[in-house]
Write a protein that binds this ligand. Structure first.
Ligand code: UDP
Length: 414
């Protein structure tokens, strides 16, 4: 009989999400593949989740994401209440072989607090590990609670106490990678695209300035805070809650002044076929990153859609992109313009081939199954993979500068 895994997706959005939802999308990609591999999945999520699984646990009928804009005292109980329901389920039954948790901070803390008699747990770190220094810097999950990252570069930034519990990293995957090598190629247009939340770490301000300076059309796709459509954001102007949102302020102060609707356009969040068409017809997908991108779903999606990546060499980029074949990256903002121009020399077929080989859901699920086995090994016998052992912490991030010998870092905004 296969494993029974409690997959904790958290209370914020349904799985799959209706629109934007990074972690929920990863789970919608992972869980069906795990089930094909014989894993029984108990999904802890919200009532509107429609992902087929063996069983569900949900306290909230619908996703609580919009509550995240509220003051702390109205938000902080939501994660706890969800985790309380998870704890109850784990305590009431004896068939859970492993907990696979994806809930930031409170997930790790609660799963750890379950104590020695609880099932082993793997907590996936989806975010920048410069966050939560008090929790991560003092973390002790004993032999029962392990963590994994979504890239080696991300884990390299983790405090030592957290890294001591790491069983390695699993790169993100996309369903678009399945059959990518054999899909007909889209005809390329003239535009570049930045696909992602409009937030300082993703560097849309830099991309927009570059578009005007170099003279290329740029489409920005993604939400600004909770606002998915330009009309929604416009309607929220003057709302004090909106003004408190750092992404709204970033948009207003740094990005909007460069968005003229011609050279640079913001189209809000796109999904489904329109999103895939937008990316597939782009000359390149631009990632002018200002933070150490931890996992980069939009990067692997771009490859799967046959669109080379042009990026600043931060976080996971050098692990996902082969410089000169599937994309171009540099540590130097000043050189980004040259790379945009050179992107036309890259072959979309190479991007698709790379995605079909490395970033399919089945590759990701098989890797997680390996980690599940490692986590379930008896105490003390977990073999840390090389990537979790050798990488330096902090700003000694092992990214390779392909153009210069020095790199500059700015603080992560995450
Ligand atoms: N996304 C989307 N529509 C948009 C902008 C982004 O569907 O308009 C999706 C994108 O395709 C990717 C996810 O949002 O699947 C972003 O994940 P990523 O890991 O790139 O960034 P994160 O937001 O998690 O930092």
């Amino acid at each position: 009989m296969g494993l029974t895994v409690l997959v904790n997706a958290g209370p914020w959005l349904p799985v799959p999400p209706m629109g934007y939802g990074g972690i929920e999308n990863v789970l919608a990609t992972l869980v069906p593949e795990l089930r094909l591999l014989g894993v029984r999945v108990v999904l802890a999520s919200v009532g509107t989740s429609t992902l087929p699984v063996e069983e569900r646990i949900s306290l909230y009928p619908d996703g609580q994401f919009s509550a995240l804009q509220r003051p702390y005292n109205q938000v902080c109980g939501i994660g706890q209440a969800h985790m309380q329901a998870v704890v109850r389920a784990v305590r009431e039954r004896d068939d859970i072989d492993l907990i696979h948790d994806h809930v930031e901070a409170i997930g790790l803390a609660t799963v750890n607090a379950l104590g020695a008699d609880a099932p082993p747990a793997l907590h996936t770190l989806h975010w920048d590990l410069g966050k939560h220094p008090d929790l991560y810097g003092h973390f002790d999950g004993g032999d029962r609670v392990r963590v994994n990252g979504v890239s080696a570069a991300q884990l390299a930034r983790a405090p030592e106490a957290l890294r001591a519990h790491a069983v390695g990293h699993v790169h993100l995957a996309t369903p678009l990678a399945v059959g990518a090598a054999h899909r007909p190629r889209a005809e390329k247009g003239d535009h570049l695209v930045i696909l992602g939340r409009i937030t300082p770490g993703k560097g849309q301000d830099l991309g927009a300035q570059l578009a005007h300076r170099v003279g290329f059309d740029l489409v920005l796709a993604g939400p600004v805070g909770p606002y998915h459509r330009p009309e929604e954001l416009a309607a929220a102007t003057g709302d004090p809650l909106a003004q408190q949102n750092p992404d709204v302020r970033f948009w207003q102060e740094k990005v909007a002044p460069h968005v003229d609707g011609v050279r640079v356009r913001w189209i809000g969040t796109v999904s489904g076929q329109p999103r895939d068409d937008l990316v597939a017809t782009a000359r390149a997908a631009l990632f002018p990153l200002r933070w150490e991108e931890p996992g980069g779903t939009a990067i692997v999606e771009s490859l799967a859609l046959g669109t080379p990546v042009v990026s600043l060499a931060r976080g996971c980029v050098p692990e996902l992109i082969e410089h000169g074949r599937t994309g171009l990256f540099t540590a130097d903002e000043e050189l980004l313009a040259d790379l945009v121009v050179a992107a036309d020399t890259l072959d979309p077929a190479d991007c698709c081939q790379e995605a079909a080989t490395r970033f399919t859901p089945s590759v990701m699920a098989e890797r997680y199954l390996e980690l599940y086995e490692q986590v379930r090994q008896p105490s003390g016998s977990v073999a840390l993979p090389t990537s979790a052992r050798f990488v330096p912490a902090g700003d000694g991030n092992p990214v390779v500068d392909v153009t210069r010998t020095t790199m500059s870092f700015v603080d992560s905004p995450g």
